[in-house]
Write a protein of this length. Sequence first.
Length: 172
Amino acid sequence: MNIIHLLFSAKGRIRRRTYWMGAIGVFITSSLIKVLGLAVFWDVQPAMMVPQMGVWQQLNPTPIALFLWTVMLLFLVPSLCISAKRWHDRNRSGWFALTGPIQLALSVAAFGYDPSGVNSTQIEKIAYLAIMSVSGVLALWVFVECGILDGTKGPNRYGPSPKGITAAPDVF
């Protein structure tokens, strides 16, 4: 399997080693691009700062946010393709790859809310705890399914075994 197929196709199966190598590679690459981009924007930002009542205040954070969102969206496709192939190896639909973005969205939604405020009701605190719990359980499930458990032995409906196993093992 070549790198283009690994990063931009959701067809086929990959083993755990390939999954971890691809996931770590995508993470490191996107992180380096973000750090380099922030270094560039960091030089631009002081020109965008203005004094207001003795305090330096940022005028426009939009370029940095736009850059970070763009990088995140560019690396979403490779992440989903790698994940879909790993779900295929577990003999599950590639649509399970969407559990990653769903978990991330739940976490972002929960972190954007502070339940410790004075005006927070008990229901809001319970909702926050429920969202964080669901997000954590979902993340743990994906980690175990894709990163720890072995794939289907032999061929399955998504293709041949990435380990080269041609048939399911006999029990007896």
